[in-house]
Write a new protein. Structure first.
Length: 320
């Protein structure tokens, strides 16, 4: 039996897992990121976690490689962090692949965290029978990935498909990326919290919920009128963006995952209706809006799956 080790580096936690060829997790470990302590301590945690996973595997078993998924814009060829925002302070410039390859005698792959989620969906999930799909991760921010003919769209260095930074309101608030009215400001976890806080500040909201995404979504399910008003904006914004993605990429499916999308079928049903209203019928007719197959394990499974996606298939990691 052959295995790969996956590492999912996020803003709050780092997940490690041993994954078999079928995408099953055979061992796992998790530690807090503690990104405020700097990149050196974070890389030390990554290396120690990989050591732990290595030691958990029987010596007779074979390790095919190590795959890393990280928040931020990743130069997938070099395995370095081109840019990471406030989620991972000072992470920009970290040579992840070089540090890991120096320590372990095996193949190492490094990519953006949503790109590896798309790989997990392609190999084991809802994208298994799709060659053309868009993957959205609705978390604290909004991440995106696009599969075209079974390969990720990369751009110049691997920064393509920053789908959370597509503007749906040119007169909207300023985003950290420099644009105005990005969909991330409305439909991410932080965006939902921002809308709720604004509503409370101007006195038009009930105070039955705290202004965070989880409480607002829960209040929406309970038909709270203020939460319903917030979620109406969220769904309109995200529906508008998804309509744009469908018109741009002509995908077979838009796969929607992340914490916000896990709020239940009501969310996806409302979103589906909004997308229908905003998309050309001949484009929408060949595109399904479907929930992601994996929950919180998507990143670590996808990170490890890079080993087989690139190492044992016709897909070159250098294909753009």
């Amino acid at each position: 039996m052959s295995y790969a080790i996956g590492v999912d580096i996020g803003g709050t936690k780092v997940q490690f897992a041993v994954i078999d060829r079928e995408g099953n997790i055979t061992n796992r470990h998790r530690v807090p990121t503690e990104a405020n302590k700097g990149p050196e301590q974070l890389m030390n945690k990554v290396l120690l976690g990989i050591d732990m996973m290595m030691e958990s595997i029987d010596q007779e078993e074979e390790i095919q490689g190590i795959g890393i998924g990280s928040a931020g814009q990743i130069d997938y060829r070099e395995g370095t962090v081109r840019y990471a925002g406030d989620t991972l302070p000072d992470w920009t410039g970290t040579a992840i692949k070089e540090m890991i390859a120096r320590r372990y005698n095996t193949s190492v792959y490094v990519d953006n965290d949503v790109n590896v989620i798309a790989i997990a969906e392609k190999m084991y999930g809802v994208g298994k029978d799709c060659d053309h799909f868009v993957c959205l991760a609705l978390g604290t921010g909004i991440g995106g990935a696009v599969m075209e003919a079974g390969r990720l769209i990369r751009g110049v260095f691997g920064g393509a498909a920053e789908l959370g930074h597509v503007s749906i309101d040119i007169n909207g608030p300023r985003c950290s990326c420099g644009n105005n009215g990005c969909v991330e400001l409305y439909a991410s976890g932080s965006g939902i919290a921002r809308l709720g806080l604004e509503m409370q500040r101007n006195g038009s909201a009930s105070y039955a919920w705290r202004p965070n995404a989880r409480d607002i979504i829960q209040a929406w399910h309970q038909h709270d009128p203020s939460a319903t008003q917030v979620m109406r904006i969220v769904i309109r914004a995200l529906g508008s963006a998804i309509a744009g993605y469908i018109h741009t990429f002509n995908p077979e499916a838009v796969v929607v995952g992340g914490g916000v999308a896990q709020s239940g079928p009501r969310f996806l049903q409302a979103l589906d209706q909004e997308v229908n209203a905003r998309t050309s019928s001949y484009m929408r007719g060949c595109c399904r809006l479907i929930p992601a197959n994996f929950g919180s394990d998507a990143g670590v499974i996808g990170a490890a799956a890079q080993v087989w996606h690139y190492g044992e298939s016709s897909c070159s990691q250098y294909m753009i």
